[in-house]
Design a protein around this ligand. Structure first.
Ligand code: GLA
Length: 684
C-alpha cells in the first residue's frame, strides 16, 4: 500500500492507494508526526455483510461507477461509459501532492495542497487523448464524518443573503445546485459539517468552500453502508466537448475549535492568500456610495453637496454608482455603452473628481461590464454578442454578453480601460444584476479573463464584487476583487444577522457594510443611528444615504462612530471575528480579536425583545485564560431610560481574567431592540 500525509495548520489529510485511485484514509485533527500511516489505512478497512457485493467499492478521490461504487460517482462522461482508473504515480513535494491515474486515453489528476493559511486546496483535472463530453467532474472527494447529525449550508435571496440552514443527515443525497450562472444568492458554494455537540466556540467541524463563480453543484451523500461523501463541482448542463477539464479548487478546513475555528481559517485564508491587495498596508477607507441617495439622478451640484457632507462625516472614498453613462435615466437602457452621459456630465467626471479629491477622498465608479440592455448602442451594433437566444426573457431589462468571445472581452477592456485611463479612479464597483440564460462555464472563464486583463493594466484599482448585493461571493471572484457587497439590504437589523452568519466564511476587511437612509429602502424600517452606525463599523464601513437628511444629532453620532472605526480598523481588519454563543436568542453577538491578542471588541446586538426581564450573561471566547483584560462599555449612553440598576459596566471599567470572561461572561445593561453594545478591551 502507498501512503501519504499532508498537514495544514491544525489538520491532517492522509491518503492511501493500491491499484486503483487513492482515497482519503483520514481527515481530522493533526496527527502525531510518527503516526503509522500504513496501519491507519488498514484500520480504516471495513467489514462486509449480507446484501453487499464481495468487495466494498472504495470511496476514492473520484468514486468510480466502473468499480461498482453505487453512490454518486466523481466523474460522469457522456458517451465513454464508466472508465476504471489505475493509480499511476504521486508527485509529492513540500506541502503538495499530485496523484496521477490512467484509464485508456484518460489521465486523471488530483492536486492537493496544504496552504500556509492552514487550509487545504483540492483540484481535479482530466485530460483525454480524444475529445469527449464531461457531464460531471468533482473536485477531489472527501469523506464526511459519521459523527454528525446535521450539515450547515447557506441559502438566501436578494436582500436576505447568508441564511444558515441546518439540515439533517439522512440516507441518500442532499444536492444543491446553483444554476443561475453565478455563485448566487440562492445556494452560495459553502458547506459546514459540524459534529454532534459543536457550537460556535467548541467542538469539531469541517468546512468546505468551492472557489468558483459560475454556479456549482454540491452533493452530500450517505451511502447505504453508512459511509458519507461530499462532492463539489461545476453546475451541470454546460458540457462542452473537449480534451481538457478542470474542477475549481475546493477549500477545506477541519476545526477542533467549533464553528469559529472554521470561520477563523476561512477568514484568514481569504484575506491573506486569496485576495490580492493593491496595497495591503492601506487602511480600508470609509466609503460613501451615492446609490440610495440619488439613484439615477446624477448632477454635479447635488453630488458635490453630498460629497462635502460625506467627507465631513469621515468618508475617504466616494463611489459614483449606476447612472453616469449612455442615457441611463432608469434601468431600462444603456448597459454596454460605457461612455459618459454628456447630458448629466457635460464636462465628464473631471469637476466631480476634482471636488472629491479636494475633500481628501479617492474616487470609485460603478460598472456592470458583463451586461447589455437591448436598448443600447452596443446591442444595436452587435446583437449577436448576447449570450443565449434572442427571444429570451430579460432580467431587469437586460441581457448578458457572451464573455467567452474574445472580441466581446476586447471591446469591454478597451471601453473600461479608457475610462480608467482618462480619470483618476482607484475603485470599481463591478455589478452583475441578471441571472444567466444558460449555465456556461466558459462564460465564467471569460469573465475571469476580463478581470485579470483589467487588473494587469490597472494594478492599483480595487474592485468590489456586487451582484444585486451578495449574488457573487466566492473565492473565485475574490481572487480578483477586494470587497464584496454583502447585500442590497442596508437595514441594520438584517445586516447584523447576515454579517454574523457570513463571518463563518468572510473576513471583516472584505465585507462592505453601509449606513443607509433613515427609512430603509428595502424593509421600510426606521432604526436608531447609533445602531446603524455600529453595525456598519463591524465590517468595512461606509455610508449610503443622502447625508443632507441627517439631523445634527445623527451626524454627530455617525461622525463619532466613524472616528472609532478609523482608530480601530487596523487591528480589527487584521484580526478575527469570533461568533459568540449568546445565551439569549434575542442577542446576536461577536468578538473581534486582534491577531496578537492584545485587544478585542465585543459587538452585542439586541435584535429583538428578550423573553426574560434582564440580560443573560454573555460568555466570551478565544481569550488567554490567565491574562488580565481591562474591559469597558463604550456606549453606555445608548441605554434606555428604564435601565436604572447598579450594573458595574455602566459606570466603570473592570479588570478580569480571560478565564472569568469566558466562564462567567459579562453582564450588559438592559437594551431596547436595535441596540448594539460595544465593549472594548485591552490585555494588560
Ligand atoms: C444593484 C446593486 C446596487 C446598485 C444598483 C445599481 O442592485 O446591488 O448596489 O449598484 O445595482 O443599479
Amino acid at each position: 500500500m502507498n501512503v501519504w500525509r499532508l498537514d495544514a495548520g491544525a489538520q491532517t489529510l492522509a491518503f492511501a492507494a493500491e491499484a486503483g485511485l487513492p482515497w482519503v484514509s483520514y481527515w481530522g485533527p493533526r496527527l502525531p508526526q510518527d503516526e503509522d500511516l500504513d496501519a491507519l489505512a488498514q484500520a480504516g478497512a471495513l467489514d462486509l455483510t449480507g446484501g453487499m457485493l464481495d468487495v466494498l467499492a472504495p470511496l476514492s478521490l473520484c468514486p468510480e461507477a466502473g468499480r461498482s461504487f453505487s453512490g454518486q460517482p466523481g466523474l460522469v462522461l457522456a458517451d465513454a461509459g464508466a472508465p476504471v482508473f489505475h493509480f499511476d504515480r504521486a508527485e509529492a513535494k513540500a506541502g503538495e501532492i499530485v496523484f496521477h491515474a490512467r484509464a485508456g486515453g484518460l489521465q486523471l489528476r488530483h492536486r492537493i495542497r496544504a496552504e500556509a493559511t492552514g487550509v487545504f486546496t483540492l483540484q481535479t483535472t482530466l485530460d483525454s487523448d480524444a475529445p469527449l463530453r464531461v457531464i460531471w467532474l468533482a473536485a477531489p472527494v472527501l469523506p464526511a464524518s459519521q459523527l454528525a447529525d446535521e450539515m450547515l449550508d447557506v441559502s438566501g435571496k436578494w436582500s436576505r443573503e447568508f441564511h444558515l440552514n441546518r439540515v439533517a443527515w439522512t440516507p441518500g443525497i442532499r444536492a444543491r445546485e446553483a444554476r443561475t450562472g453565478r455563485s448566487g444568492h440562492e445556494h452560495p458554494p459553502y458547506l459546514i459539517l459540524p459534529e454532534r455537540g459543536c457550537t460556535n466556540g467548541a467542538g469539531a467541524a469541517y468546512g468546505l468552500h468551492y472557489a468558483w463563480s459560475g454556479g456549482h453543484r454540491m452533493v452530500a451523500e450517505e451511502l447505504p453502508d453508512g459511509r458519507r461523501q461530499v462532492q463539489f463541482g461545476h453546475a451541470t448542463g454546460a458540457e462542452a466537448v473537449g480534451t481538457s477539464f478542470a474542477s475549481a479548487e475546493l477549500i477545506a478546513v477541519y476545526s477542533g475549535a467549533g464553528l469559529n475555528g472554521v470561520g477563523q481559517a476561512f477568514q484568514h485564508d481569504l484575506r491573506d492568500r486569496v485576495v490580492c491587495w493593491p496595497d495591503a498596508r492601506r487602511p480600508r477607507p470609509v466609503h460613501y456610495n451615492c446609490w440610495e441617495a440619488i439613484y439615477f439622478k446624477h448632477n454635479l451640484s447635488d453630488l458635490t453637496a453630498i460629497a462635502d457632507r460625506a467627507a465631513a462625516l469621515g468618508a475617504e472614498r466616494f463611489v459614483l454608482d449606476d447612472g453616469w453613462f449612455g442615457r441611463r435615466d432608469d434601468d431600462t437602457s444603456s448597459l454596454g455603452d460605457w461612455v459618459m452621459d454628456r447630458h448629466k456630465w457635460p464636462e465628464g467626471l473631471h469637476p466631480l473628481i476634482a471636488h472629491v479629491h479636494g475633500l481628501g477622498m479617492s474616487f470609485g465608479l460603478w460598472f456592470e461590464p458583463e451586461m447589455v440592455n437591448p436598448d443600447s448602442d452596443l446591442y444595436r451594433a452587435h446583437p449577436d454578442w448576447r449570450l443565449g437566444p434572442a427571444d429570451q426573457v430579460t432580467g431587469r431589462h437586460q441581457m448578458v454578453l457572451n464573455m467567452a468571445r474574445p472580441e466581446v472581452r476586447a471591446h469591454l477592456f478597451a471601453a473600461i480601460s479608457a475610462i480608467l485611463s482618462e480619470y483618476p479612479i482607484d475603485y470599481i464597483k463591478w455589478d452583475h444584476n441578471r441571472l444567466l440564460p444558460v449555465v456556461d462555464a466558459d462564460q465564467t472563464l471569460g469573465v475571469y479573463a476580463l478581470f485579470d486583463a483589467l487588473r494587469a493594466a490597472h494594478p492599483k484599482v480595487e474592485i468590489e464584487s456586487c451582484a444585486s448585493g451578495g449574488g457573487r461571493i466566492d473565492a473565485g471572484i475574490l481572487a480578483r476583487t477586494q470587497r464584496v457587497w454583502l447585500s442590497d439590504s442596508n437595514d441594520a437589523l438584517e445586516r447584523l444577522r447576515m454579517q454574523h452568519d457570513a463571518a463563518l466564511f468572510l473576513p471583516s476587511a472584505i465585507t462592505g457594510s453601509h449606513v443607509g437612509p433613515r427609512h430603509c429602502h428595502t424593509s421600510g424600517r426606521v432604526l436608531p443611528m447609533a445602531f446603524r452606525a455600529w453595525v456598519a463599523a463591524q465590517r468595512h464601513m461606509g455610508f449610503e444615504m443622502d447625508p443632507r437628511e441627517l439631523t445634527e444629532a445623527e451626524a454627530e453620532e455617525l461622525t463619532a462612530v466613524t472616528a472609532w472605526y478609523k482608530a480601530n480598523r487596523a487591528w480589527m481588519m487584521a484580526g478575527t471575528i469570533h461568533r459568540l454563543d449568546a445565551s439569549d436568542p434575542a442577542m446576536i453577538a461577536e468578538m473581534q480579536i486582534a491577531a496578537d491578542g492584545s485587544c478585542f471588541v465585543v459587538f452585542a446586538g439586541q435584535a429583538e425583545v428578550s423573553m426574560q426581564i434582564l440580560p443573560r450573561p454573555l460568555r466570551l471566547t478565544g481569550l488567554e485564560p490567565l491574562a488580565r483584560y481591562r474591559i469597558r462599555l463604550r456606549n453606555v449612553s445608548d441605554k434606555p431610560p428604564q435601565s436604572r440598576g447598579p450594573l458595574a459596566l455602566k459606570t466603570k471599567s473592570l479588570v478580569l481574567t480571560g478565564a472569568t470572561l469566558m466562564a462567567a461572561g459579562i453582564n450588559l445593561p438592559v437594551a431596547w431592540p436595535a441596540t448594539m453594545w460595544v465593549v472594548e478591551a485591552e490585555r494588560l
